[in-house]
Write a protein that binds this ligand. Structure first.
Ligand code: ZN
Length: 302
């Protein structure tokens, strides 16, 4: 655990552990029934991230896709044994608001049990595929609580075609669901500038923006040091050697392939520029965690 420093918040470092072919931007050119026949890169890329975190002595949260955990339990056990936090990224990487509640419940329970069998530890945190907990799928929070999750990191406080709850809080908060149960939420990082909300959580934005701009936006989002933020990346984002889908749309290729070759060294810089820990460590270190929002209030924001 890093030493306490009131001026520099302990931000949350997170990795969504999935392969290059699981990505929603490529779903038009590769379907789930092909996944098993494709050359997997997730294990070796996760090992490289593990080595970088070791170099910086940072513990991260790894949101593991059930599909990956089932096929590569060894690397997940290794992450856990090294002291990283294991959380769930669901099972099949489908958007929650396109799933029935019954299918979501079954996948959620199955993927949590899978990770707990591998690590021998309780899994408490969840992140939805493509941040797909929106106003249309807030019912998912009740299922997460029912399954034993105590925190979630799936809600992006922005307006976007595929995800986001605009105007929802940008600092960690607690949600009271329609059933009266509560779950803690660590929202995805959003900077506020010139009346705009700009995603600054990592991923494609981290690769596409010049590094100094991203660093500025991340600082801006944290109120220049007053509250912790969450950063995320995928193992495939540090892998310029991955197989390419040249038949994907121009926009999908731009989103998926831009600056893959620069990403690892940028992450190295980021780890030197900010303090990071697991999502749970970051959440627990944040004292003013007093905001309680009911899910019907979240629905009325916007
Ligand atoms: Zn994902």
């Amino acid at each position: 655990m890093p030493s306490p420093d009131k001026t520099t918040p302990l931000h949350a470092m997170s990795i969504d552990v999935e392969d290059y072919f699981h990505v929603a931007a490529l779903s038009g050119v590769v379907s789930p029934d092909q996944w098993d026949s494709l050359p997997s890169r997730v294990e070796q890329n996760t090992e490289r991230l593990l080595a970088l975190f070791e170099k910086h002595q940072v513990k991260a949260t790894f949101f593991v896709l059930g599909w990956v955990a089932e096929r590569f339990p060894g690397v997940i056990r290794k992450l856990s044994d090294y002291g990283h936090e294991i959380a769930s990224h669901g099972y099949s990487h489908q958007l929650i608001y396109t799933q029935s509640q019954a299918v979501f419940r079954e996948e959620t329970i199955r993927s949590k049990a899978l990770l707990e069998d591998i690590t021998g530890k309780t899994v408490e945190g969840y992140r939805a595929a493509s941040y797909s907990i929106t106003r249309e799928s807030l019912w998912a929070l009740d299922i997460l609580i029912e399954a034993g999750f105590t925190w979630d990191s799936s809600i992006f406080p922005i307006r976007h075609d595929n995800y986001g709850i605009p105007n929802s809080p940008s600092a960690p908060y607690t949600i009271e669901t329609a059933n009266g149960a509560t779950i803690r939420e660590f929202p995805l990082t959003t900077a506020h500038m010139l009346g705009l909300s700009i995603p600054a959580a990592g991923g494609g934005y981290f690769r596409q923006f010049p590094y100094p701009l991203f660093r500025y936006l991340f600082r801006n989002a944290s109120g220049f040091g007053s509250r912790p933020q969450v950063f995320y990346l995928h193992p495939w984002e540090i892998d310029p050697e991955q197989p390419r889908y040249n038949d994907a749309s121009w926009f999908s290729r731009f989103r998926h392939y831009t600056n893959l070759d620069k990403c690892y060294s940028r992450l190295d810089r980021l780890l030197g520029d900010f303090r990071f820990g697991t999502v749970s460590e970051s959440y627990n270190a944040y004292e003013p965690d007093k905001t309680l929002l009911r899910s019907d209030q979240l629905i009325r924001l916007a």
